[in-house]
Design a binder for this molecule. Structure first.
Ligand SMILES: Nc1nc2c(c(=O)[nH]1)N[C@H]1C(S)=C(S)[C@@H](COP(=O)(O)O)O[C@H]1N2
Ligand SMILES: [Mo]
Length: 328
């Protein structure tokens, strides 16, 4: 069963993510009525708005976070020129308009639903198997040297983008807390604020907060990046303000947004998507054209904004950096 309000700027059906899978769990009458109600409101609003495509300014204003001057002056950061997309850069508005952030929306349009989200002030708690656990305040990011990296991003739904992230390696943060030798995994956790994120209220059956995990070797690989900015500015809300993970050789769901806690453990931690749909979202989730997802062949991918198509490459093209992690 599928109820999608088709906006005129929507993708063709063939490219659309089937939303039914996200609704298949716990789908009942209350959800049905809610969707019907929202569709009615959506139709009225889009009729009133003349069905126009949102402007760059509307998208920018909706996601903007007002940065303090001492933070703003860190941008843009010097580019690490080891990294190149090998493709055209995605337009900023195309990346900001089409996002996955289930705390706010299951429909890629999270920029429209982030207004209540308060990513400032913000701290990340780092705990577990480390000698110097503690709280890390986002106002102190200047103590890391920020750099810009041009990375490819690949969602398991087959859309892809090329964007420049600003940030620093996750390994740099982990070094500061001094992981103990028995730490084998890193768990990352998003905020859990139902008052600010409506889907946390509407989907009590989902395993909030959103969580992800990496092995300690993956977490400390030089590619694994904590991004605080994109396109030379602090992150807008829908991209995961004020700090999110970027693991470019893995499917996008591993790149957890708006991180509130990082825990070092000796057991493989459960994750949001793997708990919800284990046969579709595995733990390792390395980009691999040879392994199909149950609903999407992974042989090809398409770019946000241009719909240009490419063959998928193993490890999303980052095999030189990470192939060694998976050779036995
Ligand atoms: N907290 C949180 N992080 C998340 C998600 C989410 O729903 N919640 N979606 C993931 C998915 S599926 C993808 S593809 C990327 C998308 O990043 P972008 O929306 O900034 O392009 O974020 C990932 N991080
Ligand atoms: Mo994704």
């Amino acid at each position: 069963m599928q109820f999608i309000v088709r906006k005129p700027w929507d993708l063709p059906e063939s490219l659309h993510t089937g939303q039914e899978v996200y609704r298949q769990r716990g789908w009942h009458r209350r959800d049905f009525l809610k969707v019907m109600g929202l569709s009615a409101i959506g139709c009225t609003l889009s009729a009133a708005g003349g069905c126009s495509k949102p402007t760059d300014e509307e998208i920018e204003a909706a996601g903007a976070v007002k940065a303090k001057p001492e933070i703003k002056q860190l941008y843009p950061a010097p580019r690490d020129d080891r990294f190149e997309y090998g493709r055209e850069e995605t337009a900023k508005r195309d990346a900001a308009e089409y996002t996955n952030f289930y705390e706010f929306s299951p429909d890629k349009d999270s920029w429209m639903f982030v207004s209540k989200f308060q990513p400032q002030p913000w701290t990340i708690e780092v705990d577990g198997l480390c000698s110097r656990p503690g709280k890390f305040d986002l106002d102190d990011i200047h103590t890391f040297s920020l750099q810009e990296r041009a990375y490819r991003h690949r969602c398991v739904e087959t859309w892809a983008m090329c964007v420049p992230w600003t940030g620093f390696p996750l390994g740099e943060l982990l070094k500061r807390v001094e992981p103990q030798p028995k730490a084998k995994f890193v768990q990352l956790e998003t905020f859990n604020r139902p008052a600010e994120a409506s889907q946390i209220r509407f989907r009590p059956d989902y395993p909030w907060p959103y969580t992800e995990s990496l092995s300690i070797q993956e977490a400390t690989n030089e590619l694994t990046f904590l991004a605080t900015g994109v396109f030379g500015e602090p992150l807008p809300k829908q991209h995961g303000a004020p700090i999110r993970l970027v693991v470019p050789w893995k499917y996008g769901f591993k790149s957890i947004k708006s991180i509130a806690r990082i825990t070092l453990t000796d057991q493989q931690p459960a994750t949001f998507w793997n708990t919800l749909v284990p046969d579709e979202y595995d733990m390792v989730a390395n980009v691999d054209p040879a392994v199909s997802h149950p609903r999407w062949s992974q042989k090809r991918e398409w770019m946000l904004g241009t719909y240009e198509q490419f063959d998928t490459t193993v490890y999303n093209g980052y095999g030189d950096f990470v192939g060694k992690l998976y050779r036995s």
